[in-house]
Design a protein around this ligand. Structure first.
Ligand SMILES: [Fe+2]
Length: 129
């Protein structure tokens, strides 16, 4: 498959974002008081890792690890608490779902990734109840 430089850049950026989300959910998992919340964070981290891999499979490129998102979001969790945090994360997942839509015609294999982000949104909204 021929990938334009522009598309590669976007795929790399998405891979970077997914990788940052892996780190973020792992860090959050360690800080959740409720074991069920911790398990949910671990599940999300696992999904995001598969997503990062799906982007990587298209380009073969590696991206640097990024922990600052996790550090910031973990700090935010301490300030706003889990309900607000989960709602904010749900908005991020929805934005990811929307942001991936235009990629699907060219990269149909990413549709499962896109669909997952919608499921993450729903799962986070449920955790925020
Ligand atoms: Fe993802």
């Amino acid at each position: 498959m021929v990938i334009t430089a522009k598309a590669r850049k976007e795929l790399n950026r998405n891979q970077f974002g997914e990788q940052a989300a892996v780190e973020m959910y792992r860090m959050l998992a360690k800080r959740m008081a409720d074991p069920q919340d911790a398990a949910a964070m671990e599940r999300l981290a696992g999904d995001e890792a598969r997503h990062a891999f799906a982007f990587r499979a298209l380009t073969g490129d590696g991206v640097p690890k990024y922990r600052l998102l996790g550090v910031g979001v973990t700090a935010l969790y301490r300030v706003v608490g889990k309900k607000t945090l989960f709602r904010l994360l749900a908005m991020g997942e929805y934005a990811a779902e929307k942001g991936y839509r235009h990629l699907i015609p060219q990269f149909p294999e990413l549709d499962a990734v896109r669909a997952d982000e919608g499921k993450h949104r729903d799962a986070l909204m449920k955790l925020a109840e």
